[in-house]
Design a protein around this ligand. Structure first.
Ligand code: NDP
Length: 327
């Protein structure tokens, strides 16, 4: 088996030289353990944070050790009563072609009518983020005007569709006209191409009466534009700030003081805060998927060798929908 390791800690935007593919030994199984052939690997923006040697909500990747991350695989060998050969499982030993360990570290995929890789996207971590970020953190409700950034990505495109299914008006921003058209096809009422000009101006045109909710995936100018157009008592769910992950310098926000007069409530959150509400999530998202109201576009790279390309593509907008590696 082979696994990707972190070769060096990036300074600014990561490059291929920061990754190294190594051979690893196939360990014999102990009682209670399983061997899994990975079929799908997830690459996610939060992994950029794990490349830095700083204290965060997830520990940093160790130099030279296999990196981990979300993955879906098939059980090939089992010395556990709870999993059998052929079971499809979700787990955290991504960035490699084979995973072994105690059966408890692998979760059998829920019996929902969706392809296995959906559990890395709209029915997985990004879906949980979108669902609870929008409904629990931002307390978005029918009639609200919602602005979401990185709207053509895994989390953002799910936010757009949940918001539409619940009767909200949605404005999504993404890089380029083509992504904008795709976001519109998901039901968005307005789209912004942030690469074409000022976000603050475009948001003013798309939402002349202001916004009630901002779902932030980007930070920087997008957050500032959302502050500029926040209606009184607007709620901001701060999910991610991909615009600053590779940045050394702090961001200046021109409209920060609007927080005060407009009584804006801004709350950051981590998806793990909501993992214990999986039952509620699968029930509602499962029926949205079944009814065709929650589409899941994927951008797929093929083969373990391409994992760094897939990961680096997240920072240049190489994906529409969920970025995945197929093995
Ligand atoms: P995406 O599928 O959205 O991929 C990232 C996208 O971000 C790219 O496709 C690109 O689209 C956009 N992007 C990249 N750089 C910039 C930039 N400088 N300015 C504006 N847009 C940019 O990733 P995810 O859906 O997995 O994650 C979205 C966000 O949610 C991230 O910030 C991530 O960290 C966060 N997140 C937070 C979680 C939490 O627990 N709080 C959990 C999961 C995700 P484009 O072509 O439009 O530029």
């Amino acid at each position: 088996p082979r696994a990707w390791t972190l070769a060096s800690r990036p300074n600014g935007t990561p490059t291929h030289a920061d990754f190294a593919l190594i051979d690893v030994d196939a360990a014999p199984l102990n009682d209670g353990e399983v061997r899994v052939a990975n079929r799908w690997l997830s690459v996610d923006p939060y992994m950029r944070g794990r490349m830095n040697d700083v204290k965060s909500y997830v520990p940093p990747f160790a130099i030279g050790a296999p990196m981990d991350g979300g993955a879906v695989g098939e059980v090939m060998e089992s010395r556990s009563d709870s999993l059998k050969v052929g079971d499809m499982v979700l787990h955290m030993q991504g960035w490699r072609d084979e995973a072994t360990g105690p059966a408890a570290a692998f979760t059998k995929l829920p019996a929902l009518d969706a392809p296995p890789q959906a559990f890395l996207g709209r029915l997985g971590m990004p879906g949980v983020t979108a669902y609870f970020g929008l409904l629990a953190v931002a307390e978005a409700k029918e009639g609200d005007t919602v602005f979401v950034s990185a709207a053509a990505g895994a989390v953002g495109s799910t936010v757009v569709q949940i918001a539409k299914a619940k009767g909200m008006t949605v404005i999504g921003s993404a890089g380029g006209a083509e992504k904008g058209e795709w976001v519109r096809s998901l039901g968005a009422d307005g789209v912004i191409d942030y690469k074409a000009g000022s976000v603050v101006r475009a948001l003013g045109e798309a939402a002349p009466n202001g916004i009630d909710v901002y779902f932030d995936n980007v930070g920087g100018d997008h957050l500032d534009a959302a502050l500029a157009h926040a209606r009184p008592r607007a709620r901001f769910a701060i999910c991610g700030m991909i615009d600053v992950y590779n940045d050394a310098k702090p961001t200046q926000l021109k409209y920060l003081a609007r927080l005060i007069g407009n009584r804006v409530r801004m709350q950051g959150f981590i998806v793990s805060d909501y993992m214990n509400r999986a039952g509620e999530f699968y029930a509602e998202m499962g029926s949205l998927v079944a009814s065709g109201k929650l589409r899941g576009e994927e951008t797929v790279f093929d083969g373990l060798d391409t994992a760094p390309d897939a990961f680096l593509g997240l920072f240049s907008g190489g994906n529409t929908g969920k970025m995945l590696v197929r093995l």
